[in-house]
Design a binder for this molecule. Sequence first.
Ligand code: SF4
Length: 282
Amino acid sequence: MKIHLAKSAGFCFGVRKAITIALETVKTKKPIFMLGDIVHNEEVVRQIQRAGIKKISRLSSGAGKTLLIRAHGCSAKTLKKALKLGYTIIDATCPMVKEIHAIASKLENSGCQIIIIGDKLHDEVQGIAGGLKSKAIIIDKFKNIPLEKIKDIQRAGVLVQSTQNLDNVRKILNVLRKYIPRVEFHNTICNPTRIKQGEVKTMPLENDIMIIIGSKTSANTKRIYEIAKPLNKHSYWISSALEIKKIWLKNAKNVGITAGASTPESSIKEIIARIKAISGAQ
Ligand code: SF4
């Protein structure tokens, strides 16, 4: 059996940067807190917590405390509140996410109704929407397009959560363009996501089984899985080696492996070692 690992498997530059910033911040020896998970991966979060950074779900008095902003950012309102409470801010927001915030504000200031194509409850989407003066319309799926809300819009600025699937985005966009006379579309899917999704459009066809590694909370891993599954029904989304079933590998000559942007190398190595141990693969 042969194992084919995707070139882009694992950390993207935004996640790598956020983790580096977090671990560097620990060296200041000050009390450091992260609001929610720094990235969507339990192993990485545990590593950050072991280094001494505490996870909080809400802000409290920030005097003498440092607040680490996660890779997918937070809203301008949250940032303002944290500063008001006295936190020192260390911003680990990915530059690609910051760019989406900037585009959203610019479009809003030019008079557009902002429409975000993305997962309603995802930190990144909440952060973009929460930084606007007006209420953004968030569309997660083609079947959930709120026609009642969009049919009266004259001009819309449409943005995309950085980890969305472009094929789904296009379907939604086509409907928006039918109803809204002026649509200014910015494809804000980040480059690492495009590369990962590009690879997973062929790998499931070239391999007998496809393993996608990443946390169930990871939006970008979910998209990769959603692309792989219809191409190869033997596609499996796992977060640890313990989830691998021997039956999956039976009769498989080629195993394709990829991993989400927040999946650490240690998880990838552990899973490859397990596959080799079960199958004797090289
Ligand atoms: S997935 Fe894209 S937007 Fe998210 S952290 Fe990585 S590079 Fe940045």
